[in-house]
Every structure is written in C-alpha cells, then in structure tokens.
Design a protein around this ligand. Sequence first.
Ligand SMILES: O=C(O)CCC(=O)C(=O)O
Ligand SMILES: [Fe+2]
Length: 518
Amino acid sequence: EMFTSVMSVKQAVFAERQLIDYLRTYLENEIQRLDDIKRFFSRVTSLHSGIYNEPSATIANPIVAFKLVKRLKSEWMNVVHSNEAEENIDALREGYRRMEGSLPMLEDVQGAAQGLMRLQDVYDLHVEGLVRGHFQQITNGDAVDIYKPPVSDTLSGDDCFLVGKVAYDLEDYYHSVQWFEEAVRLFRGTEWSPENEGTLEDALDHLAFSHFKTGNISYALSLSQELLLHDPVNSRVHFNVEKYKKLLDDSPPVTNQSLVLKRPDSTYLRTRNVYEKLCQTKGSQPKHFENPRLFCDFFTNGNPGLLLQPIKRELISLHPYLVLFHNFVTRAEAKSIREYAVPGLRRSVVASGVNQSTAEYRISKSAWLKESPHGVVGKVDRRITMVTGLNVQPPYAEYLQVVNYGIGGHYEPHFDHATSDSSPLYRLKTGNRVATFMIYLSSVEAGGYTAFIYANFSVPVVENGALFWWNLHRNGQGNVDTLHAGCPVIVGDKWVANKWVHEYGQEFQHRCSLNPEE
Ligand SMILES: O=C(O)CCC(=O)C(=O)O
Ligand SMILES: [Fe+2]
C-alpha cells in the first residue's frame, strides 16, 4: 500500500536505483554476447566473399575443408544453441524477483491513478494540463495554473491509458473517456515501446467502448472504424461496428449537449460541492476585522511554563470554536516525531460499525506513538496540557497519532467523535472524543487544507502550527459544525499528528452544561 503514504513512495526511488543496476549489467552482457556473435558472423561472411569464391580450389585444401566441416558441426551449433541469452535474462529476472518486496503492487498503481483522478475532480483540473505536467483549471475558456511545480514531468500515452484503464475497470466511464482520449492522442504520434502496457489499438478499443457506454454511439462507431484500419480482421470490432450502425439507424444520434458526462456518484454527494470549494479556496470565514470577537494574542494560559515564551494564539472561529496555535512545535521536534513514526506507519483505518477498516475516503498511513526515546512525545503532550488545560494522559486521551498522506491523499468529511454507541472509540471506556488537537508536522506545496464543511471555511497547512477544537457540546452531544476534512494533497508530503482527548478526566476543564448551544 505504497500509494497511501508519500513516505513509502520515496522509498521506491531506492528500489528503482537497484533495478537500474540490474538492467545495466543485463545490457552490458547482452551487448557483449551480440558482439561475440557478430564477430563469428563477420568471420564466416568474409570467408564466403573471400577464399570461398574459388570453391573447387579452396576445398581441395585439407585445412580449409577441415575448418568447414568443423565449423558446421561444432561452431554453428554452439552459436545457435547457446544458453547465454536465457542466462542473461534469468539474471535480470532474478534481480527483479529479489526486489519484489520493495516494489509497488497492482493496488498501488490503481491507488496512484485514483489519486490523480481525485485531484482532477476536487480541484477541477484539466486532464490535458495534467498530461503536460500542469495543474490547471479552465476559467472562462483559459487554462489557469493553480500551482506551478518547480519540477514537473509529463504523462505518456501509456500513462494515460493506464489511468483510463483503472477507471474503466471500475465502470467509471466519465473518467475513462477523458484519459483514453489523451492516450489515443498521444499514441497516435509515437512509436510503440517495449515497456508499454497498451497500444493505439487497445486505447481506441477502450475509448470506443467507453463512448458507447456513455451514449455517444456515433463517436464509438468512428473510433471502431479507425481501429479496423489497424486491425482489419478483428471480428469483435466488426461486430461492434455493425451493432453501432444499427443502433444509429434505429434512433438518431444524440446531440453533444445532451451528452455532458456526469461524475460518478460518491457517498458524500450532499456536502461534495462545499467540500471541493473549500479545498480550492479558504471559504467565507469572517476576517478578524469583520468579527471583533476573533483575535490574535500571545497566550500563557496563566501557566509558568509559558510565561517566558508565550504561544501565538489565533482564534479562527467561534462556531465551532477553533484555535490555531502558531509554532506549537519546533521544526526539529516535528522532524523527530515524523522520523520516530516511520517504522510504525500502517494504512489508516476508519470506524466501521464496531470495528475499524480501510476506506477510499481516507488515504494515508498512520502510527500511534507512545513515548519516544528522546522524550519529544512527552514534551508535546505536556505542551498540549499547558495550552488547553486538558488531561492528555492515557486513557483520558489517545496516544499521539501521526499521519502521512499518500498520492492525492485525503480524508473526506468526517467527525472525529463517535456518532454511534457501538463505535470502537468507546473501547477506552473514557467517553467520547471531546476535543481534537491536531499538529501540522510539515508544510505542503499545494492542496491539503483542513476544511470545515458546515462552518464554511478552510485552514491551509501551517507548518508547525496546531489546530484545537471541541468536538462535543458541553451537554455531551456531538457538534455537527465540526464536520471537517483533510483535502487531497496536490503536491507535497503532508504530515499531521492528532491528539484526541476524551470526556473523562476533563470534568474541571470542560464543564458540563445543559445548554445545547454551548
Ligand atoms: O489532515 C487534515 O487536515 C485533517 C485530518 C483529520 O481530520 C483527521 O486525521 O482526523
Ligand atoms: Fe478529523
């Protein structure tokens, strides 16, 4: 599950370096082998254009005759039956096999492709732009960069074919049409390469079928006809051509306007538009000057530990109550927490009934940290207590959860607190998650905002900063205004750490009230 964490993807770079070494050895050996065969070939051909031009005279020479007989029986056989080619390819395959444990799997390719399509959807990115390595939206007919990466790469016809194929296999023809279009366009202009999975014919075939599935029969027909030019004996395509012609005869082609492709439905359609808008912009949270009750200050919480170095506090929202603490950790602390988490990173799970399971809507890896040898986790725990006054010792809070997002990694709108009595969150027997303290352990080049859906604002990643909010009203009910999400990361390696504080143990810090508004 390499695609679920950028950290794991980074490790794949080293695996590829090793493969490059194997391939280099293979090429050197094969070049040597062919050079040897070429030498034999030149020697034999030169004999035939030289001394053998006088056959009767030459063959009369017993040395020449011996060499001819020996060559035909022995030398040719050695060349023709050599195992060297197999030995070389076997060595290459053995090298690849040894690396297999550190190579991505099919699900990684699928996950990475879905990550690209997620970015395409949530940020309304233009596929043609992505293909050229640009992150662009189309605004009033113009392509506008939402982010310009310092290093960029382009996608090949085969890359696009693969993304299209992932969508196609999920019967998602909305995406497959767009990606196969690009694959066909790029394949048309390039020669086939041995590393490719698809060909122009494959792409035409899949694109035609995708168009057929979305109701664009006349386009499916013309693509199939083009395909027959390349593959005239393909009976399946002949059959399809006849089928499409008949369908078009029976009912006139639909106009292009009525064929606007629709994105596949998702489980969170109700909030999707707001969510995506908040990922693209910061939303409509009032600025401090518009709401005088919002403020920034240097905060000590009356705590001697903070007197010399008060913390920069920014009240971002009143409903829900949301505070951003700037420079809550140092760069060195963030780095050591990230490093300490790496060996424990596992695919993130979400509550599912009484259990936990992986889900499309949360793409990241996470690790639960107990105390670290250098004490940084304890230090951070104590600092959380200083600024919030909350008891963060287990079981009154969970261990620190460190999260690393993957390719297009995200966490769709969710509540941190349990919304059902059977939630696995209650296993600690200290009540629900009353508050969330979330630390940004990295910066992000683009994307990755934390979006508060009903509150209608989002917070861009603030490196080393921390967000704090109450998940529950004082009466113990969940506060629906805390519905929030981690937007897909466009470019970057996003890390956060969550400290979830439970109800028990906080009775004096977060007093109860019967007022459902509090
Ligand atoms: O990554 C983010 O911005 C939000 C993460 C989050 O909500 C969570 O881990 O529960
Ligand atoms: Fe959350």
